[in-house]
Design a protein. Sequence first.
Length: 179
Amino acid sequence: MFCVENSVLVLVDVQGRLAQLMYEKERLFTSLETLVKGMKILGVPIIWMEQIPSKLGPTIDSLSKIMEKERPIEKNSFSCCGEPEFMDRLNGLGRNQVLISGIETHICVFQTAFDLLEKGCEVQVVSDCVGSRTLENKEIGLNRIVQSGGQLTCLEMVFFELMKKAQGDAFKQIVAFLK
């Protein structure tokens, strides 16, 4: 089971025109906003990634607004692990339970999950917080992640797994915006 003290959220490449091409994009964007807000309430660190923002554009406004105190890490490699600044940040946190969200499931999300698993991390992909341009590509990406040793979770499941109990201020805040 994942716990708040050992978890980190990776937000992968929810940027520009590419983000607008995602299958069921509005649902994806809403889920991502909820995920980021909840992780902030729980105090789970977020590593925010952008794939060549000079070409793909910045992270969508609805996410960048709630991430305004952080800055994204720019990457060129499909896997976040190919970016030294990402690895430095992850290693500096000293956490090995990695939650992954973002786009595209079958490319950057998959390659990041695979590399993190190879490095000995526990990986859960938040299935309703990842997307691809087609449903088929999303499903193939999720299947490959599971075949590689990763796990799938969903927005509500991850919150309740991290909170453990139905009590406290964080629980009240998160339950309020899940409704």
